[in-house]
Design a protein around this ligand. Structure first.
Ligand SMILES: NC(=O)C1=CN([C@@H]2O[C@H](COP(=O)(O)OP(=O)(O)OC[C@H]3O[C@@H](n4cnc5c(N)ncnc54)[C@H](OP(=O)(O)O)[C@@H]3O)[C@@H](O)[C@H]2O)C=CC1
Ligand SMILES: CC(=O)N[C@@H](CCC(=O)OP(=O)(O)O)C(=O)O
Length: 350
């Protein structure tokens, strides 16, 4: 059995890791850490685990926890992961960081957008960006995984089949994305209050959101172009608990002569054999509810012949494929297990 510790287990992504890993046939949960609930039963913090999870939340005793576990899941706010990654590496343990500290290849990009100094930039080159559908082979060889952000997961799945194919103008991509409030985590903030969110939709982080450079980094990598891709990414906060819908607009190049059916065939071929990515038929557009509670991503695609634009919509659950489910998918690869093990649940509908 793989011994897994969850650092920051009392947050939303941490609690989802607990829910999924306690049913994973190859995993035993060891420590569940917290900042605020030390000594309290985890099932008292989250009563939906009554009689199912017996652990008591513990403090972040780095060397004891890392010593006992085979894999550490870091579900902490960004900027706090480095000591855990350093210790895991020293002990030869695997580590999957759900935050942003190990997603970037250039430390300057991370520091510029996250406004913190990275304490171990030399380790960034060892980390692998954990989007299995795109980087499966390198994930299998890795010890440090930078688990992607939720918006980047939805966006990259929507764009990947067309990047580097010579069909679209890679300098003109626009991503319009919507998220449920759980994307902001469980911490108390004004903008997440019911009265602020209910009956309301708002853009935020316009032209400044931290997921922009992450999407640009990964899109540039797939495009393989010398010129780094710059794109427009606008997230919106929606009055719903979970879910991300990213709608991506990509202009066809003047010489590109493709039909919607041909573009959809590319998507279907690109994701053929993938358990968690579903390309919908013509005229079928994904909804966040389809992914609610599951690790599945749904993609709708067409070509607007009038404007010569490819339009792709991608729906995921931010807490599952956008965070904890993807982290478990990565763990399965790291430990040479079937990739889907522990993740075969369907979503919850309605
Ligand atoms: N929510 C989402 O949809 C997604 C989140 N992520 C990323 O995953 C990480 C976790 O997110 P999420 O679960 O939403 O966050 P939450 O705010 O819900 O939880 C954060 C966790 O970290 C603990 N914590 C907070 N501050 C400290 C500190 N100073 N020292 C030690 N522990 C601390 C909290 O403990 P306590 O409960 O005791 O306060 C809690 O267990 C973040 O980096 C986030 O950006 C990535 C993709 C999607
Ligand atoms: C609705 C909402 O607030 N969502 C979060 C996404 C959280 C996330 O994935 O952030 P990291 O990249 O830091 O892990 C946000 O926009 O910041």
């Amino acid at each position: 059995m793989i011994k897994a510790a969850i650092i920051g287990a009392t947050g939303y992504t941490g609690a989802e890791l607990v829910r999924l890993l306690r049913c994973h046939p190859e995993v035993t949960l060891t420590d569940l850490t917290t900042q605020s609930y030390v000594g309290q039963s985890f099932a008292d913090v989250y009563p939906h685990f009554q009689d199912q999870v017996t652990q008591v939340c513990c403090a972040q005793d780095l060397s004891a926890i890392a010593g006992e576990a085979d894999v550490l899941f870091l579900a902490l706010p960004h900027g706090l992961s480095v000591p855990w990654v350093v210790e895991a590496r020293r002990l030869g343990k695997k580590v999957i960081d759900l935050g942003a500290d190990f997603r970037f290849r250039q430390v300057q990009t991370y520091e510029q957008w996250y406004h913190v100094t990275h304490e171990a930039p030399e380790l960034l080159s060892e980390a692998v960006y954990g989007l299995p559908e795109l980087h499966r082979a390198s994930i299998r060889q890795a010890s440090i995984i930078g688990n992607p952000g939720c918006y980047p997961t939805a966006s990259m799945l929507a764009m990947a089949p067309l990047l580097g194919q010579g069909l679209i103008d890679e300098g003109r991509i626009i991503i319009d994305a919507k998220s449920g409030v759980s994307g902001a985590g469980r911490k108390a903030v004004l903008g997440s209050l019911y009265a602020e969110v209910n009956e309301n939709v708002k853009p935020y982080g316009v032209a400044t959101h931290r997921h922009t450079p992450e999407i640009e980094q990964e899109a540039s990598r797939l495009a393989g172009s010398d010129q780094a891709i710059k794109l427009s990414f606008t997230p919106h906060l929606m009055p719903m608990t979970r879910g991300i819908l990213a709608t991506v607009y990509m202009d066809l190049r003047p010489e590109a002569d493709v039909t919607a059916a041909q573009v959809r065939e590319r998507y279907q071929a690109f994701y053929a054999g993938e358990t968690f990515v579903h390309v919908m038929d013509e005229g079928v557009w994904p909804q966040t509810k389809w992914s609610y509670g599951s690790n599945h991503a749904f993609i709708g695609v067409t070509v607007d012949r009038r404007t010569r634009r490819v339009i792709v919509a991608s729906a995921i659950d931010n807490l599952i494929k956008g965070a904890s489910g993807q982290a478990i998918q990565n763990m399965n690869l790291l430990f040479d297990l079937p990739e889907t093990i522990g993740l075969t649940m369907s979503g919850i509908y309605p």
